[in-house]
Ligand binder design. Structure first.
Ligand code: ASP
Length: 298
C-alpha cells in the first residue's frame, strides 16, 4: 500500500466499523453487521471489492464473496459475478434464501435477479484508476516483466510482481454470542477471466464457527487456498491457541510452506481477536464497547 492511499484506507475501515457497530450496538446480529461493514468497503473505490476492483486481463470486474454464520454454519458464496453492485449482498441472499451454498457466474446473477437485486452494467464497477493500472502492468509485461499471467505451472510464479492486495473482510461477535465472517473481492490484478481465488471459498479466504473462530484473509489467493488458511487458523483456536498466536502462525505457515503473502483477521466467540500479515502494510480496525482502533501496521 503506497503512502498516498494510507489515509483513504484508514477512512474506509473506520466507515466500515461505524456501519457494523451501529447494528451491533442496538442488538443486531453479527451477520447483519458484517454485511453492512463489507458493503461500505465495496462501495468505497479505495478497495479491491465492488466498484474499483482490480480488473481481469479482459478489462472487466469479476467478483467473489462469501458470508458465513458461526452459529449455524450456514454460508453463502458467489464466484465470478460481474453484474451486481454488491457481491456480499448477493452472498447473504444465497445464505438466507437458497438450499445451495455457492453460485457462480450467470446462475449467480439469475439468482440475484430472481431475489430482487438489480443487475448492472459491468462498466459501472470499472474505474479509470484500474484501467490505467491494468494498462501499465500490461505494458510492463510486454517489455519483459514478470507477473502471474505466465505460461508455466503454479511453481513458476513470481509473487513479488503481484504483491498489492485490497480484498475486504469483516468479522463480528453479537450480543447473542454468535460470530460471523465475510470476505469480498475483485480478485487479483490481471487475473484470467474465470479465475476464482481464495476469498469466496469456504475455509480458504473466509470461515466462521462459534466452536472455533471466524476468519477472513487477504493476499495471494492461490497459496491461501492450498493451505485452507481461514479454517486452519480457526482450528488452531479450537485447539487452544489464542487468536493472535493463531493468526501469526497461519501467516508464518503461508510463508514457510508456499512462499505466500497476505494477511488474516481472526475473532472467537469470547471476543478475543488476532491480526497478522506478512505484507509491509494491511489496513485493519477493531470496534468494541471500549471504542475504535484503526491501523495500517501490526
Ligand atoms: N485474495 C484475493 C484473491 O486472490 C486477492 C486479495 O486479497 O486482494 O483473489
Amino acid at each position: 500500500m503506497p503512502d498516498d492511499v494510507i489515509c483513504a484506507h484508514e477512512n474506509g475501515v473506520r466507515n466500515a466499523l461505524d456501519a457494523g457497530w451501529k447494528i451491533l450496538e442496538r442488538g443486531g446480529t453479527a451477520l447483519d453487521a458484517i454485511e453492512a461493514a463489507v458493503m461500505v468497503m465495496e462501495e468505497d473505490d479505495t478497495f479491491d471489492a465492488g466498484r474499483g476492483s482490480f480488473l481481469t486481463s479482459d478489462g472487466t470486474v469479476e467478483m467473489d464473496a462469501l458470508i458465513m454464520d458461526g452459529a449455524t454454519l450456514r454460508a453463502g458464496g458467489v464466484g465470478g459475478v460481474q453484474h451486481v453492485r454488491s457481491a456480499i449482498k448477493l452472498s447473504r441472499l444465497v445464505l438466507e434464501k437458497s438450499p445451495h451454498v455457492y453460485f457462480v457466474g450467470e446462475g449467480a446473477e439469475r439468482f440475484a435477479e430472481e431475489h430482487g437485486m438489480q443487475l448492472i452494467d459491468n462498466k459501472e464497477l470499472v474505474i479509470d484508476r484500474e484501467v490505467n493500472r491494468l494498462r501499465e502492468l500490461k505494458a510492463k509485461l510486454a517489455a519483459g516483466g514478470k507477473d502471474t499471467t505466465f505460461s508455466g505451472g503454479q511453481d513458476d510464479i513470481h509473487p513479488a510482481e503481484m504483491s498489492s492486495h485490497d480484498t475486504v473482510g469483516a468479522l463480528a461477535l453479537d450480543v447473542h454470542g454468535n460470530i460471523a465472517g465475510a470476505t469480498s473481492t475483485g480478485g487479483t490484478l490481471n487475473k484470467d477471466p474465470g479465475r476464482v481465488g481464495d476469498s469466496s471459498l469456504i475455509g480458504c479466504g473466509c470461515y466462521a464457527d462459534n466452536a472455533s473462530a471466524a476468519a477472513s484473509c487477504t493476499g495471494w489467493g492461490e497459496p491461501i487456498m492450498k493451505l485452507v488458511l481461514a479454517k486452519s487458523a480457526a482450528d488452531e483456536v479450537a485447539r487452544g491457541k489464542d487468536p493472535q498466536s493463531a493468526a501469526r502462525a497461519a501467516i508464518a505457515s503461508l510463508k514457510t510452506r508456499l512462499n505466500g503473502h497476505g494477511g488474516i483477521i481472526l475473532l472467537d466467540a469470547q471476543g478475543r481477536y488476532g491480526i497478522a500479515h506478512n505484507t509491509p502494510r494491511m489496513a485493519w480496525g477493531v470496534r468494541s464497547a471500549e471504542g475504535a482502533q484503526v491501523g495500517i501496521k501490526r
